[in-house]
Design a protein around this ligand. Structure first.
Ligand code: MN
Length: 231
C-alpha cells in the first residue's frame, strides 16, 4: 500500500512536468532522461518500437554527440541555443536535437485527461484562428509542407501565438529564426518520428499526433511563456 501511494505521488508529479525553468537549467555533461511515461503508452498514435528507437537511439545520439563536441566544457544548454548562429554546425544541431526532443516528450501523453484541450488554451487558439479545427489544419499544413527534416511549432512570441517551421534541429529559441519565442507545442517531422507506422505519409502522422498531445503541459508552458522573459 505504501509503495502504491509513493508511485501515485510520482505519477502526479510527472503529469505536470512542463517547466521552462527545469528545461533550461541543464548544464555540464548532458544526460538522456528516461521517457516520462512507458514507451507503449502512446500507442493510439505512435508505436512502441518507434518510441524506443526515437528516444533510445536518436535522442541518445544527440546527447552523446553534444557531449563529444563540448569535450568537457561546462555550458548551459539554453546558452548554446540563444547563440546558435555563432556555434559550429555540430553544436547547433546536437544542442537543438537534445532540447527539442526533451521538450517533445514533455508535450505528449497517452492519458485521456491530458489529451483534453483546456478551456483557456481553447479560447486563445480560437481567438487567433477562429476555430480549433482551423488551427489544427494550419499546423498540419505547416508540418506536411515543410521540406525535408525539421519541426513545426506553436510559439508564444511578443506578437501573440504563431505557427512556425524550423529546419533540421533548429528551434524558436535560437537566434536564427525571424521572430524568437517560447515553444509551447511541437511536432517532430523527421522521418524517424513516423516512418515505421506511417511510412512516407507525414500528413497521416500529423493527423494522429493530436491524439497524444498533452494539453495540460501545453497550457502550463503557455502560462509560463506569458510571464517569462525570453532568454
Ligand atoms: Mn526526432
Amino acid at each position: 500500500m505504501k509503495k502504491i501511494f509513493g508511485m501515485a505521488i510520482i505519477a502526479a508529479c510527472l503529469s505536470v512536468e512542463a517547466s521552462f525553468k527545469k528545461m533550461n537549467s541543464e548544464s555540464g555533461v548532458f544526460k538522456l532522461a528516461p521517457l516520462p511515461y512507458a514507451a507503449n503508452s502512446l500507442e493510439k498514435a505512435f508505436d512502441e518500437k518507434t518510441m524506443l528507437i526515437h528516444h533510445g537511439k536518436h535522442h541518445q545520439a544527440y546527447v552523446d554527440n553534444l557531449n563529444k563536441a563540448l569535450d568537457g566544457k561546462k555550458v548551459k544548454l539554453i546558452d548554446l541555443l540563444t547563440s546558435a548562429s555563432t556555434q559550429s554546425a555540430t553544436i547547433r544541431n546536437n544542442s537543438g536535437g537534445h532540447w527539442n526532443h526533451t521538450f517533445f516528450w514533455s508535450i505528449l501523453s497517452g492519458k485521456e485527461s491530458d489529451n483534453k484541450v483546456s478551456s483557456r488554451m481553447m479560447k486563445v487558439i480560437v481567438d487567433k484562428w477562429q476555430s480549433f479545427e482551423n488551427f489544427q489544419a494550419e499546423f498540419e499544413k505547416a508540418g506536411a509542407g515543410h521540406f525535408g527534416s525539421g519541426w513545426v511549432w506553436l510559439v508564444r512570441t511578443t506578437e501573440g501565438l504563431e505557427i512556425m517551421g524550423t529546419p533540421n534541429q533548429d528551434n524558436p529559441l535560437m537566434d536564427v529564426v525571424p521572430r524568437r519565442g517560447w515553444p509551447i507545442l511541437a511536432a517532430d517531422v523527421w522521418e524517424h518520428a513516423y516512418y515505421l507506422r506511417y511510412e512516407n505519409k507525414r500528413p497521416e502522422y500529423l493527423k494522429n499526433f493530436w491524439k497524444v498531445v498533452n494539453w495540460k503541459a501545453v497550457d502550463q508552458y503557455d502560462k509560463e511563456a506569458l510571464k517569462t522573459k525570453l532568454p
